[in-house]
Design a binder for this molecule. Structure first.
Ligand code: SAH
Length: 218
């Protein structure tokens, strides 16, 4: 998707380019579409005013309601693992600020994202509309159930830590689809898992250790 942001969004452009070089490219992310998306999306627009100066720093940041926007490297890493291409459709569980949804939407055809905090669902839907994203649909709800009406999804990305892989998400993953999900108890180190569906069967690959906010249920 090609869009041109208004001039005020050009702010922080040099910080953003530097962020991608130092935190993402130099740490081994190679997918050119992912690198381009990370250089394009104005991350500072997804962060509360008081933290905006830290938008391109190497860590997560608070976005209110006890939630966080993930570290840029983790966003890039999870996106690369998901193998996004322009023909694909993606489901995200845990919209938060909408940043990960925007990164995906720069590359794939359609993004559906579910958020359990109603205020965050509303704020990020407004933000993404203001930034001109037309291929992202957000709804408030419990993402444990996925989004059956729009399934199957080529990509499912979960951005809150869950103790067990939700069965509805496995069902809503397309053949040859890829799900990236942090598994583990809240407040402990969790493991990022890649799940692939091949001939209707599930293959699990353990990727790395991560720390995400806990998955909630309605
Ligand atoms: N992807 C987000 C990161 C948000 S942190 C970003 O780019 O900013 C994880 C988010 O998952 C939080 O906003 C939290 O409210 C949400 N969440 C937790 N449990 C959920 C559930 N069951 N369904 C949907 N969203 C959930």
């Amino acid at each position: 998707m090609t869009r041109s942001f208004p001039p005020q969004l050009k702010k922080f452009e040099s910080e953003r380019i530097a962020m991608v070089t130092v935190q993402i490219l130099d740490r081994g992310i190679k997918d050119t579409a992912v690198l381009r998306a990370m250089r394009t999306v104005p991350r500072h627009q997804f962060i509360p005013k008081e933290y905006q100066k830290l938008a391109y720093d190497d860590g997560p940041l608070p976005i209110g309601y006890g939630q966080t926007i993930s570290q840029p490297y983790i966003v890039a890493y999870m996106t690369e693992v998901a193998k996004p291409t322009p023909d694909k459709r993606a489901l995200e569980v845990g919209t938060g600020s909408g940043y990960q949804a925007a990164i995906l939407a720069e590359i794939v055809k359609e993004v559906y994202s579910v958020e359990i905090v109603p205020e965050l669902a509303k704020e990020s839907a407004d933000r993404l509309a203001r930034l001109g994203y037309k291929n992202i649909t957000i709804r408030f709800g419990d993402g444990y159930r996925g989004w059956k009406e729009h399934s199957p999804f080529d990509i499912i990305m979960v951005t809150a830590a869950v103790e067990q892989i939700p069965q509805p998400l496995i069902e809503q993953l397309a053949e040859n689809g890829r799900m990236v999900i942090p598994i583990g108890a809240p407040d402990e180190v969790q493991e990022l898992i890649l799940i692939e569906k091949k001939y209707g069967k599930i293959e699990k690959h353990r990727l790395t250790f991560v720390r995400f906010v806990p998955f909630k249920r309605l």
